[in-house]
Design a protein around this ligand. Sequence first.
Ligand SMILES: Nc1ncnc2c1ncn2[C@@H]1O[C@H](COP(=O)(O)OP(=O)(O)O)[C@@H](O)[C@H]1O
Ligand SMILES: [Mg+2]
Length: 588
Amino acid sequence: MNSNHQDYNLSYLKRYFQQYVPHIVLTILFLIVSRVAATAEPYFLKRIIDFITQNQGAALANNQEIIALLGIYFLTRTGAFIFDFLRDYFLAPVQMGVGRDVARDLFQKLLRLPISYHHDQKTGSLARRIARGAQSINFLLDFAVINILPTLLELLFVTGFLIYLYPVRYGVITFLTVVLYAIFTVLTTEIRQKYRLAANVADDEASGIQIETVYNIETVKIFGNEQMQQQRFADKIKEWFWASVRSNQLFAAISAGQSLILTIGFGVIIYFAISEALAGVLTIGDLVLLTTYVVRLAVPISALGFVYRRIKDGITDLSEMSKIFYEQADSIEAIGNYTLDKPRGQVSFRHVEFDYKSRPALRGLTLDIPAGKRVAIVGPSGAGKSTIVRLLFRLYRPKQGSVCIDEVSIFDIKKDQYYDIIALVPQESMLFNDTIEQNIRFGKPEASQKEIEDAVRLANLTDLIKRLPDGLNTVVGERGVKLSGGEKQRVAIARAVVKQPKILVFDEATSNLDAEAEQEIIGAIRKASAGRTTISIAHRLSTIIDSDIIFVIDKGKLVESGTHKELLESNGLYARLWATYQRIHQTI
Ligand SMILES: Nc1ncnc2c1ncn2[C@@H]1O[C@H](COP(=O)(O)OP(=O)(O)O)[C@@H](O)[C@H]1O
Ligand SMILES: [Mg+2]
């Protein structure tokens, strides 16, 4: 186990178990009585055997004592599995309940983690970590309640019972044999595990080489490297061979060692028992009882090596998942509590500095966007345009300076109101695999049918909806694959405008589209921008020439602003961008 897993204290899990205390108490209770019954069972078998050896020739039917013994024997046997059933019956809600509660809280936690955390994750790995962690709770409880605890209890009961019934040595020998067997099993399984892991790694690598070679067979042949690939493969296979052989040989040795320990323990007990049976102190029944216990205890313990390993893996998985609980959640939601009376939609950035982990993105940016205007932000790639949008949507906090709406710091505005005021149509709009209507509703879940229809109209979607056989109920497919790029963007616009935001932001919303689709979107943007502040970020300058104000950004700073005409006249960066843009467009 990696040492840093130890940093993640698992004590927080306590609160998940607290609500199940009655279930846990019952589970443990039934676990104990089931082991008492299991321990008692061989004893009554011994009594039956003793009875038989002492009463040869007696009739079964009318002998009270043997019938009573048989009855009790039968009860202990059924008791053991009925109590096991009750134990599992009460364990199930604990197991599943804790799993459910942890999953629920983890998901909530995930939603609250800052965007920077999510950007740092590999896709899928987070989901895998959570799934494995939640699973591990399940089987850790399983192993504890079904294997480890019962075996331990049985060992204690048997030892105590033997010491009570017979001279102390029988209990002590049984106990020592079982403990020695357990220690031997765990230690040797650990060693064997190393070889198994090595074999698995070599096997993965060997098949990796094979797949890669076949996949790139042309390259291999063009370079004449067949021999080289063959050699690489052969080397890996050799590693696998040795590790596997060692692993199997060790397994054989472990089994032999286990049997040896059992046989020796057994032998010692039988030695004492036989000599005492010959002396008339012990009976045949005693012999059977003593040997039964040793064998019965050894059976669950032979799985101990495996269980032990799974428990270690389980704790690792649990710690990996627990890390997520210890991540610093976003403080943004907790802060804002201010409600704007009548939001107008004026936006300002004042001396904003912002770095992505020491990579400067905005360096003292100041922008003043008047309410109700249609403005554009332009600039070379990497200038910081998308960063402005991310800050405005509170995905990050500026290192210095302030971002305000109607002169109130955006971090002071209450969350519910905030995301009603502003809406974004990004470059690549992610739709959910649901109907068009549901995707639009994501912007305003309680929207009336009329509001949906208005949004559809503003987004230039009316014709499309009419053409589709299922209309608004058309399912868009995974990430919206069943729609064209332009259609997807217009659904995204409808989703943004359905909540009637005061501020509407488009971040390169047309840059992935062809000229025709672009015209549709631009039409939609014009319609949607009436009565609200509209901020368009665009590198196709033709789409923004008629903006009220154009802000030109370079290297995280504002370098110029004005109308298209003014900016051309001042002959700065915008004029150069415009000239380049025109040259490119003439050649197309
Ligand atoms: N998540 C990120 N992590 C680190 N650096 C980033 C991240 N996003 C953007 N950047 C960097 O910040 C700068 C500004 O990026 P961005 O705002 O996306 O530029 P624009 O949208 O103007 O092309 C660029 O240098 C970019 O490489
Ligand atoms: Mg960008």
